[in-house]
Design a binder for this molecule. Structure first.
Ligand code: NAD
Length: 365
């Protein structure tokens, strides 16, 4: 079976879906792995390393001969159209555009959307959203520390004492918790809040302070929801009191399937100290700060608001390594189930069912 890994360059993404160590594993399981020449360059993996792992370096057009394609981003329309009839595609599929659905049907494609992997313990080895969010949270704090006009840890010098920087993390999910851990390691005083009451314990276990919002409404468990007006008012009040003392704010608040909630208003940014930094990791879904522009840095009264559209581009080596490991785990599950039950439509597995977007051209979402 012929597997193909395209370059993500046309999508302005420095990552690559499969790394040389994962190629080795696939080859040892008798798969032929083809990689578009230079696909790993931006992530730090040369063609030479892939060849050493026994991949074949190919041209972009060779994707049309592949049985299975592994990519991070959804394939562009034209590439999708060039796929072999009945090929299988494993990638992220945030929204499946109408035009792509037509191509899935016409080409009888089988498509798995990795972003639909359920949030269960069993699926965590395949959970690309978690592995990537974790690195994003880490890198957000590193970037903020780099931009900040002061030091992060408490420093006692003969010339005087520098107080520790204050970091506020809004949204304590996977990215937020990693941001908290990173800021703590750098010596900052960290506080955080989240609409999920269950986040309190996790925040505190990392040595950060959980900011309580006094409202009747709360949400628990894995998925956040859009909060009512009372909660929003109470949250805003708490935030207005806390923001003027913060040096760094990292926002990660998201509501699955919806636009990100706007939590930091323009006048709140103006209340912050000159030189402070806001890193908005929700920029791509609208942003948690009113001033955020995706892919840009905006400055207001000396405060920088950075709206990363893909912060993983700054840490593509590890992001690719984790992504590739997740994809391998998913592919191993799929192939093991297929060896037991060769008819994909009959496989009774919650992970496979949840991610299967199209089967032999039949659209399932
Ligand atoms: P996410 O990226 O969807 O959102 C980030 C965080 O923002 C969430 O914690 C959410 O509660 C919070 N948020 C939403 N609206 C907010 C608001 N108005 N104010 C403050 N915070 C707000 O979330 P995520 O990182 O994907 O994680 C969500 C949960 O799912 C976490 O509990 C995480 O541990 C869990 N999870 C479990 C698994 C697994 O078991 N395999 C995998 C991934 C995530």
């Amino acid at each position: 079976m012929k597997l193909f890994v395209p370059s993500e360059g046309s999508q302005s993404d420095n990552r690559v879906a499969i790394t040389p160590d994962v190629v080795k594993k696939l080859v040892s399981n008798d798969y032929e792995v083809y990689l578009q020449s230079g696909a790993g360059d931006a992530a730090g993996f040369s063609d030479v390393e892939y060849v050493r792992a026994e991949a074949t370096i190919a041209e972009a057009g060779d994707i049309s001969t592949a049985d299975v394609v592994f990519s991070i981003n959804p394939l562009p329309e034209q590439t999708l159209s060039s796929l072999k009839t009945s090929a299988t595609l494993v990638s992220l599929q945030d929204t499946v555009a109408r035009r792509n659905r037509e191509i899935f049907e016409r080409k009888k494609l089988t498509v798995f959307a990795l972003n639909l992997i359920p949030r269960t313990t069993r699926a965590q080895y395949m959970d690309v959203l978690s592995s990537q969010a974790s690195l994003a949270g880490y890198k957000a704090v590193i970037e903020a520390a780099h931009l900040l006009n002061r030091a992060m840890p408490l420093m006692m010098t003969t010339a005087g004492t520098i107080p520790a920087a204050k970091v506020l993390v809004i949204g304590a999910g996977v990215a937020g918790l990693q941001a908290i851990a990173t800021a703590r390691r750098l010596g900052a005083v960290v506080s955080a809040f989240d609409v999920r009451a269950s986040a309190k314990e996790q925040v505190e276990s990392l040595g950060a302070k959980f900011i309580e919002v006094e409202a009747k409404e709360t949400t628990d468990g894995v998925y956040a929801k859009e909060m009512g007006e009372e909660y929003k008012r109470a949250q805003e009040q708490r935030l207005r009191a806390v923001l003027p003392s913060q040096d760094i704010v990292v926002t990660t608040a998201q509501i699955p399937g919806k636009k990100a909630p706007v939590i930091v208003k323009s006048d709140m940014v103006e209340s912050m100290k000159r030189g402070s930094v806001i890193i908005d990791l929700a920029a791509k879904t609208g942003g948690n700060c009113e001033l955020t522009i995706s892919g840009q840095t905006v400055e207001r009264t000396g405060v920088r608001v950075v709206g990363f559209d893909n912060i993983l581009n700054l840490i593509p080596f590890d992001a690719s390594k984790l992504f590739a490991k997740n994809v391998l785990a998913f592919f191993e599950l799929l192939t093991s189930k297929l060896s037991e039950q060769p008819d994909l439509s009959q496989i009774d597995d919650e992970i496979i069912k949840a991610t299967l977007v199209a089967h032999g051209g039949k659209i399932l979402v």
